[in-house]
Write a protein that binds this ligand. Structure first.
Ligand code: AHG
Ligand code: MN
Ligand code: MN
Length: 364
C-alpha cells in the first residue's frame, strides 16, 4: 500500500473519536503524548550499547532496587522518566502510577490537572535488554474519580483501584525488529508500525483478532514444582501431545518478556500463563495487576481472546494495592476457558474424597 494511503495513528484516533461527537479530544492528545514517549524509548533501545544507558544501576553504582525489590536498570529509570516528562505537562492527567515508582505521581503545580489517570510499566522484560531481546512499554488509561477532577486534589493510591473493565484505553509498544504500537480505545484492537523515516506510527494491523484455538503455550516451567494442580494438569496434557487427552502436539515458547509474548499471541494465537503458585507466599503471582495484567487483558479481550486469573476474568478484579501481583493467564479463548474450567473442577485428589463419589454432594 502506498504510504499516502496509510492512516497515521493521529488519523486513526480522529476517526475513532467521530463515534463520540461530544468528545473533547483530550484522550487523543493524551494517547499521542504516550506514543511520543514510546518513540523516544524506542530510539534509546535501538542505540543499544552505543548509548551508555545500558547495564544495571546496581552494577554501575552499587545498587538500586525498585519498590518491589527488583534491580532497576538505567533504562527502566530512564523510560519511567520519559513517560513522566512527556505526559505531566499536558493538562489531561490527574495523576500517574508506574511499576517503577513507590507512590502515585502528582502533576506538578506548574501544570493544570485533567480527568485521566495514566498507569504504566515503562519497560517490560527489561532483564532482556542486555541480550538484545524484545522489550516494550505497557500503558493503561483510567478515568480519574469525579471527586479528584472536581477538587483538583492530589491523587491517592485508592483512586487507581478500578477494575480493568473500566479502562478507557490500553496498549503497548513493542521494541522488536520493528517498533509497534498496539492500542485499544474500547472498539477493537489496532496495530501501528513505526516508520523510522517519518517517525510516525502507521496503521498496519486493523482489527486484530486472536484465533480461538492454538497449539502453542508459554509458561516458565522452572516453576513447575510450585504450580497448583489445575495448571499442572493443563501443562501435562499439552506435553502428552497426540497420544494424550488433547490428541494434538503442542509447541512451547518462553521469551521472558510478557509484552513480546502478548504480541505473538495477538498475532497468531497461543496461551500465556504466569499463574498463582506457591513459590513465595507473599506474592500471589509474578505479574502486576495494574501495570501488566489489566492493560494486556483489555487488549486481549478486545481482540476476541481472553484474560483470567485462572479462576475469574482479570478485568473483573477490583485492585486493593497499587503494586498488587496476580496470577495471569491470557490468550486464545478456548484455551483460557479450559484452564478456568480446570480451576473450577475438583482435582484428582478431591475425586478420591467421598463428597465427590458417584452419589456425592459435589457431583455434577
Ligand atoms: P519487568 O521487566 O517489567 O519486571 O517484567 C518482567 C516480567 C515479564 O515481562 C516476564 O514475562 C516475566 O517477568 C519473566 O519472568 P521469569 O523471570 O520468571 O521468566
Ligand atoms: Mn513488566
Ligand atoms: Mn518493567
Amino acid at each position: 500500500m502506498p504510504l499516502s494511503q496509510r492512516w497515521t495513528l493521529t488519523r486513526y484516533l480522529i476517526e475513532e473519536r467521530r463515534r463520540f461527537p461530544g468528545a473533547s479530544g483530550d484522550l487523543n492528545a493524551l494517547l499521542l503524548d504516550v506514543s511520543l514517549a514510546c518513540k523516544a524509548i524506542a530510539r534509546i533501545v535501538a542505540f543499544g550499547q552505543l548509548d551508555d544507558a545500558l547495564g544495571s544501576v546496581a552494577s554501575a553504582q552499587g545498587g538500586s532496587v525498585n519498590v518491589q525489590g527488583e534491580v532497576q536498570k538505567p533504562l527502566d529509570v530512564l523510560s519511567n522518566d520519559i513517560f513522566i516528562r512527556m505526559n505531566e505537562w499536558s493538562g489531561h492527567l490527574a495523576g500517574m502510577a508506574s511499576e517503577e515508582m513507590d507512590a502515585p505521581r502528582q502533576i506538578p503545580e506548574a501544570f493544570s490537572r485533567g480527568k485521566y489517570l495514566l498507569v504504566f510499566d515503562p519497560l517490560d522484560g527489561s532483564s532482556n535488554i542486555d541480550v538484545n531481546v524484545s522489550v516494550g512499554s505497557i500503558f493503561s488509561v483510567l478515568r480519574a474519580p469525579q471527586a479528584v477532577v472536581d477538587s483538583g486534589r492530589d491523587v491517592v493510591e485508592a483512586d487507581f483501584f478500578q477494575p480493568g473493565a473500566t479502562q478507557i484505553a490500553a496498549g503497548y509498544a513493542l521494541y522488536g525488529p520493528t517498533t509497534m504500537l498496539v492500542l485499544s480505545v474500547g472498539n477493537g484492537v489496532a496495530g501501528f508500525t513505526l516508520d523510522p523515516n517519518l517517525g510516525e506510527f502507521m496503521l498496519t494491523h486493523r482489527d486484530i483478532q486472536v484465533p480461538a484455538d492454538t497449539h502453542e503455550f508459554a509458561i516458565n516451567s522452572s516453576n513447575s514444582r510450585f504450580w497448583e494442580p489445575p495448571v499442572k494438569r493443563y501443562v501435562d496434557e499439552c506435553l502428552a501431545g497426540k497420544t494424550g487427552p488433547r490428541s494434538k502436539d503442542f509447541n512451547m515458547r518462553w521469551i521472558a518478556s510478557m509484552v513480546a509474548e502478548a504480541h505473538r499471541i495477538l498475532m497468531r494465537g497461543g496461551v500465556f500463563l504466569y499463574p498463582r503458585d506457591t513459590k513465595d507466599p507473599a506474592k500471589p503471582g509474578r505479574l502486576r495487576l495494574l501495570y501488566e495484567a489489566n492493560p494486556i487483558g483489555f487488549i486481549l479481550e478486545q481482540a476476541g481472546g481472553r484474560a483470567s486469573t485462572g479462576r475469574q476474568p482479570i478485568l473483573g478484579v477490583k485492585p486493593t494495592e497499587l503494586h498488587q501481583r496476580i496470577g495471569l493467564v491470557f490468550g486464545s479463548k478456548n484455551e483460557v476457558d479450559r484452564i478456568e474450567r480446570y480451576h473450577h473442577e475438583p482435582t484428582t485428589k478431591d475425586r478420591g474424597n467421598p463428597l465427590f463419589a458417584e452419589r456425592g454432594l459435589f457431583r455434577d
